[in-house]
Write a protein of this length. Structure first.
Length: 123
């Protein structure tokens, strides 16, 4: 029973710090924290962790993304973030498929126009 109470109190730490608990649940959590050193310690650790995470809002350096891409390029042996073609860049498969469909349609139209329009019966 007490393990269940401890886990319910620990699950409500975030809502407690954001003052987002219903009054009756907040009273129950505060009452438990008044008598339980384990949960009070857990709440203080949670508070410290959230405070440290809030301090991480510094911007990444400008070289962060290029450095990551360079590492991926090295580890993938050039399969990702490789050099692009000089003229067009990489051509996505969707564009290649669309061009193939258009080419087949043009071929079909040309061959249908070149075919005889009617056949005359033989003797």
């Amino acid at each position: 029973m007490t393990e269940n109470l401890h886990s319910r109190v620990e699950d409500s730490f975030s809502a407690l710090l954001e003052d987002d608990l219903p009054p009756e649940q907040k009273a129950m959590v505060e009452q438990h924290l008044a008598v339980c050193i384990q949960c009070r310690t857990g709440l203080e650790r949670f508070r410290a962790t959230v405070g440290k995470l809030g301090a991480l809002r510094t911007k990444a350096p400008r070289t962060f993304l290029p450095d990551i891409q360079r590492q991926i390029y090295k580890r993938s042996r050039g399969r990702f973030f490789g050099r692009r073609w000089v003229l067009f860049g990489r051509i996505p498969f969707e564009w290649a498929s669309l061009l193939m469909i258009i080419a087949m349609l043009v071929y079909y139209v040309i061959t249908q126009q070149a075919a005889p329009s009617h056949v005359t019966p033989g003797p």
